[in-house]
Design a protein around this ligand. Sequence first.
Ligand code: NIG
Ligand code: FE
Length: 411
Amino acid sequence: MSILITNIKELLQVREANISKVSGTEMKHLPTIKNAYVLIKNDTIIDYGSMNDSKGITAESIIDASRKIVLPTWCDSHTHIVYAGNREQEFVDRINGLSYEDIASRGGGILNSAEKLQNTNEDDLYNQSIKRVKEVMQLGTGAIEIKSGYGLTVKAELKMLRVIKRIRQDFPIKVKATFLGAHALPGVFKDNKEEYINLIINEMLPKIANEQLAQYIDVFCEKGYFSLNDTDKILSAGASYGLVPKIHVNQFNAFGGVALGVKHNALTVDHLEELNSDDIIALKSSKTMPVALPSCSYFLSIPYTPARQIIDAGLPLALATDYNPGSTPSGNMNFVVSTACIKMKMTPAEAINAATINGAYAMGISNEYGSISKGKKANLIITKEVPSYNYLPYAFGNNHIEKIIINGECI
Ligand code: NIG
Ligand code: FE
């Protein structure tokens, strides 16, 4: 099956396929072609260019994109989209004055979600989760990372990871899986953290590796959760099974987690709402991608990741949703891009780069996703009629998407 998209007002993020990420001042530049076409064959972009050079190009199906913009689908490199139930009561408790930390210290928070997930069977968990997968696909997400971490027992972590695997098999969007056994300390281990860490290392990891259920390993490195030492130990164990770190650091406190991630060659360090100059220095000597999650900051009313400081230091930055029941019950990358512009002072070009090519890098898939390049997957967003790409983040909260193509098929 071939599709030719014609008369595109502006085609965004047109790059050579070998560009894996953009950093610093490069992020201000979003390469585009005005009055463009894209040619898709099966699941692949095979050609693109100016309409002036499109004579003689035909396809089985033609989509006229006059007055519309075409861009790659969003690459959401950080989610916890597989979960059971919700935490709307904690939302109300926070409005009434409790903090996220207060709720967690009373046994709510992640442990609340873990209890719900442990009591939900695999099919039910799958059915609850795929509703969200379908929803984010309609919002333009074409590749997604999904974490475990609401199981916190051997059985329930495996259940989560098997659900992620089923999503990968059943849906056309690209799915990467991350093992986050070290998300919180289960109540039964509250006086014996060592024992839980041993369970992660000696029981969960071998089983996960054996079933090839994860590509990445994550730890919630934070005061009250897992220390630098704990994180070091868990990441080393993960590495022995070939799992690359993508870690939660600096959400509430900065105490060296970024440098530790860099030491372990983390693919990404995520959150970074708190960031100091040592963190920037550590990132500068690395290939690690910093990842900001602005809808988490919005929902919890915590600081936004200092994007300007990061980008102006010459570093790259990716944007992701953090879709989860506790800190970000939303998987809307369009909102993330807008919020990055409005609250983090990223330009629309920087935010779109961060949510496409850099998001793809943050999942290790920028050879196939994240830009309009010959040979990459045909994952495209066709917008409604809009005046320019600046309008997408500017007119926030509105749906500007008309059509989504994933793997060469309109969904
Ligand atoms: O990324 N911070 C750790 N994990 C999630 C939230 C988990 C939860 O509250 O359920 C996050 O914000
Ligand atoms: Fe998260």
